[in-house]
Design a protein around this ligand. Structure first.
Ligand code: NAI
Length: 344
């Protein structure tokens, strides 16, 4: 089996080579992202393997089908970059539903601690032998309230970490988890209550039509002055212009962003010698209370190994046994994990 692997980076290859060799899969690594201009590179392969910023829209799906390709293997959990409505019945879409919720949850806490204890400033100051503490005052996380939107795998690990710091948790989820609300330190509340009662808000829900711009000017208006916004989920959960306005007006005390609405053409690439065209991103990065990482929360050795192992098993299962437990289905008019394991 030969698989065209798009948006390939050096850190992807060791794990995919190892698990691919064990299961007789050969990957051809393309550095370019998959989109309408690059899709023809997949000609002659049995499937494509894609990541978060590859584009699997109707035009790409049509061309993949014309080339006889039957499977799109996502090496990630999120699938907002795939037009699932169009894909369903045409091409099989497999994903890695979970690989390390700890990787993302721990990165979220790393960003929060960096921000509120000014570690990013301290690192630069002391390298320049500037040992002044002026402007470095932070605040204790202990006793603060964190609002967690999305209490799935990652959200729940993040809640555990926050509880370890002695924080109180206000949670919101469209489908609340059984047994999480203890009526005291962890409580499910309405979205408005979460906005009004949280010192820190962390996003761990998927990007859907319902959650698009869940952080916007209206929701920020409801928040406490000085609220810290954490987004390690998907960029378009946050209206970046509204966030910028909130930072300028001092309503938002800090923001930690691992994802950005318009990241697709920017993140994962080195633009250090270039002039960035995206004024909103440039302005956000220029703020002393904004930390941006480049969709890096997943990037641990443990997660990379799990991603490669599951992706390879998904592809092999699909081709050899005609089934895959990690197939995505759009049968009921919304995307969910397939119940039958061999959709359409
Ligand atoms: P999950 O599927 O276990 O949990 C998602 C939760 O969001 C579920 O409890 C679900 O009920 C809830 N949800 C769905 N619709 C909602 C809505 N309208 N409002 C509130 N909650 C809603 O997913 P998991 O593994 O926890 O991942 C969460 C997100 O993290 C993914 O969707 C992905 O976008 C992002 N992610 C980011 C990574 C990174 O490197 N920055 C890596 C992996 C995932």
């Amino acid at each position: 089996m030969r698989i065209a692997f798009f948006d390939a980076k050096p850190y992807d290859k060791p794990s995919f080579e190892r698990f691919g060799a064990e299961h007789g899969l050969k990957f051809k690594y393309f550095e370019t992202k998959l989109n309408e201009d690059t899709v023809n590179l997949a000609n002659g392969y049995d499937g494509v393997c894609v990541f978060v910023n590859d584009t699997v829209n109707a035009a790409v799906i049509d061309r993949l089908c014309e080339m006889g390709i039957k499977v799109v293997a996502l090496r990630c959990a999120g699938f907002n970059n795939v037009d699932m409505k169009y894909a369903f019945g045409r091409i099989h879409v497999l994903r890695v539903p979970a690989y390390s919720p700890y990787a993302v949850a721990e990165h979220t806490m790393a960003m929060l601690l960096t921000s509120v204890r000014r570690i990013h400033k301290a690192y630069i100051r002391t390298r320049d032998f500037n040992f002044s503490l002026t402007g470095m005052t932070g605040f204790d996380l202990h006793g603060k309230t964190v609002g967690v939107i999305g209490t799935g795998r990652i959200g729940r690990v993040f809640i555990d970490i926050c509880r370890g710091f002695g924080m109180n948790v206000l949670a919101y989820d469209k489908f609340p988890a059984q047994g999480l609300d203890n009526g005291d330190t962890v409580r499910y509340v309405s979205l408005d209550e979460l906005f009004e009662g949280s010192d820190i808000i962390s996003l761990h829900c998927p990007l859907t039509e319902e959650t698009y711009h869940i952080i916007n000017s209206d929701s920020l208006e409801k928040c406490r002055r000085g609220v810290v916004i954490l987004n390690t989920s998907r960029g378009a959960l946050v209206d970046a212009e509204a966030l910028l306005a909130g930072i300028k007006s001092r309503k938002v005390g800090a923001a930690c962003l691992d994802v950005y609405e318009e990241e697709a053409d920017i993140f994962f690439e080195d633009f250090s010698g270039h002039i960035i065209e995206d004024d909103t991103l440039a302005r956000l990065i220029s703020m002393p209370n904004v930390i941006v990482s480049s969709h890096q929360a997943f990037l641990t050795e443990d997660a990379l190994s799990n991603i490669a192992e599951t992706t390879v098993k998904n592809i092999v299962g699909f081709f050899e046994n005609n089934e895959c437990p990690n197939e995505l289905c759009y049968r009921g008019g919304s995307t969910e994990d397939c119940k039958c394991g061999k959709c359409f």
